[in-house]
Design a protein. Structure first.
Length: 290
């Protein structure tokens, strides 16, 4: 894939072109207050570079897991406002569209001048974004593609998803990797092709199934793999421990057992939590400062 550096160096440039940036603005919220704007700051350099080069930038992202319909609790409005504040420090004007491909999105994008930015509402407010049906997902991608001339992928936390804005849309537009993606890919190459030892990897998340390919690859590279998050319970169950009603992917236990066996044969150590807190129900899991 072409990088943003190559895109900006291209003779045609991006001035006057509508550039769709798939970002990851899935920030933690307390009500409408952002508690950590790290993901917004991470994509900022890509958006600034495109805007300063004269592109008409369309930023899109998901936030949380709404059910394919508008839900005020998952609105991207707070993230859009924060991005607007940061872009304002660079003299870049930002507008917010209150839908994804509807009247508001079309009007806001049509009203952009060179060097301005539009932020679309939460992509997951449209059921086509996460649809498992290829035709439904593709139809939504077609409507997104109608808004733009070029595509820049810079939502590293979402690139593994088979979603319309991540998987289908780049196939419909000339595309490039944003600065964040290029940096992360460079780091991954360093960690998988030219490793330094001892090589210790930390993995977390809710689902083992999301990490199968990563774990399979790392078993050939790592000296030690630390497992945290909800996925740890599937590993603990595979080792024969009882995990009660904790998050568990029962169907992945055979796969995890095979990984544990391979790790033992290769001398790779899996490190799992040993200091779990147990309660009758999830809401009872409250911690207090010492």
């Amino acid at each position: 894939m072409k990088t943003i550096d190559e895109l900006l160096a291209d003779g045609d440039g991006v001035r006057g072109k509508r550039v769709f940036v798939r970002a990851d603005l899935n920030v933690p919220l307390s009500g409408t207050t952002i508690t950590d704007d790290g993901r917004i700051r991470a994509v900022l350099p890509t958006v600034v570079r495109l805007a300063e080069a004269g592109a008409r930038v369309i930023v899109a992202s998901h936030l949380g897991r709404p059910k394919g319909a508008p839900d005020p609790a998952f609105s991207l409005a707070p993230a859009a406002a924060r991005l607007g504040e940061l872009l304002g420090q660079h003299g870049i004007h930002t507008e917010f569209a209150t839908d994804t491909v509807g009247e508001s999105a079309r009007a806001v994008v049509a009203g952009l001048a060179d060097g301005q930015v539009a932020v679309l509402e939460n992509l997951r407010f449209n059921p086509g974004e996460t649809a498992k049906d290829d035709a439904e997902r593709g139809a939504f991608a077609d409507r997104l593609a109608a808004l733009a001339d070029l595509y820049v992928g810079d939502g590293f936390g979402a690139v593994h998803r088979k979603h319309a804005s991540v998987y289908d849309l780049p196939a419909r537009l000339p595309h490039a990797a944003g600065g964040l993606i290029a940096t992360e890919v460079g780091v991954l190459k360093k960690l998988t092709e030219n490793v330094e030892r001892p090589y210790v990897v930390v993995l977390g998340g809710a689902k083992v199934s999301d990490k199968l390919g990563v774990i399979d690859h790392l078993l050939e590279k790592a000296d030690r793999i630390l497992i945290g998050g909800g996925m740890a319970f599937t590993f603990l169950k595979a080792q024969g421990h009882e995990v009660g009603s904790s998050l568990l992917q029962e169907d992945q236990i055979p796969v995890v057992r095979e990984y544990l066996k391979r790790a033992d044969e290769r001398g790779v150590e899996f490190v799992l939590p040993v200091d779990l807190k147990v309660a009758a129900e999830f809401p009872d899991l409250k911690t207090k400062a010492p």
